[in-house]
Ligand binder design. Structure first.
Ligand code: PD2
Ligand code: ZN
Length: 294
């Protein structure tokens, strides 16, 4: 049986503030209990905020249901065409692997060697040190650990980028307009990215505004632009996958479903690069047309 209780916004925001700065959920519950909140109510409040952060859904409102069904994630079937070979004009993209949770596909021959080289040469003079989103403020900050360099192309910025974006739309089933500008990343020896999800967690104004403008991020296509000698795999710690970068290959994974929930099993990272360079192009896809911040 479930009951409904008041959940004042300041209490919710205090819980959010503590969880996003890494305070253990149990300590947050204990603090609420020490201020005379019943333990089941405190636990449900903390759970509701943690669940919004974990599944990328809206924060709870001023009334909270206690004792409802636990939240889980139901993946959508991918719109990637069936079969081992996808013909896109002159290009034949091969499907090497299809996975269910997180929903994912590994493609070979997604990009030609000449296309990989052209993307790298276009990006090289425009690289700047990569930033991450600060979960508390929603602002871009330079990551504290050894990080990559990166840049963004504008959607359809050059004929090559337009051609690749159209290819991505055919493969993923999402229109070109749902794609954010292509991000280019270059890692040098020692560089990595720490575990993160690509969907926008609702704990800050910047993410909330972005979700309102363009919908949630629902999928990521990583395109590997060079062969990497050692390290630099894209790893998925919740499911034990390790994707080895190979020039021209693409790894597509989806984490957003039609009910607006996101899949925490899509947590991923780039393992430290041991030797040489790693170049990757990332296309993030929204649930509806991407509208950049004005
Ligand atoms: O470069 C990668 O393998 C990688 C890993 C995790 C890229 C991203 N995330 C990303 O661009 O979101
Ligand atoms: Zn990522």
């Amino acid at each position: 049986m479930s009951t409904t209780v008041d959940f004042p916004a300041p209490v919710r925001d205090w819980i959010l503030h503590n969880l996003t700065r890494g305070v253990d959920a149990r300590s947050v519950v204990n603090e609420l209990v020490s201020h005379k909140t019943a333990v089941e109510v405190a636990a449900a409040m903390v759970d509701a905020v943690a669940s919004a952060l974990l599944y990328g859904t809206s924060l709870p409102g001023e009334r909270l249901e206690i004792g409802g069904a636990p939240v889980s994630y139901e993946p959508e079937p991918l719109r990637v065409p069936e079969g081992p070979l996808i013909r896109l004009g002159e290009r034949e993209v091969r499907v090497l692997l299809r996975l269910q949770r997180p929903a994912a596909v590994l493609f070979a021959d997604l990009l030609g060697a000449d296309e990989c080289d052209e993307l790298i040469e276009l990006a090289r003079p425009r690289l700047i040190r990569s930033t991450v989103i600060d979960p508390v403020t929603g602002r871009n900050i330079v990551a504290g650990h050894r990080s990559s360099d990166g840049m963004f192309f504008r959607p359809r910025e050059t004929p090559l980028i337009e051609r690749i974006e159209e290819r991505i739309a055919e493969l993923t089933g999402f229109p070109v307009e749902n794609g954010e500008g292509l991000q280019m990343l270059r890692y040098e020896a020692g560089a990595e990215s720490t575990p993160h999800v690509d969907y926008l967690v609702p704990g800050n104004d910047a993410n909330q505004e972005s979700i309102e403008r363009s919908g949630q991020r629902v999928g990521t296509l990583l395109m590997y632009l060079n062969d990497v000698e050692s390290g630099g795999e894209t790893v998925f710690p919740q499911v034990g996958w390790s994707v080895v970068p190979q020039r021209g290959q693409g790894f597509y994974f989806e984490y957003g479903n039609r009910s607006g929930r996101c899949d925490p099993a899509s947590l991923h990272a780039s393992a430290p690069l041991r030797i040489g360079e790693k170049w990757v192009a990332t296309k993030w896809i929204r649930s509806r047309q991407f509208v950049p911040r004005g």
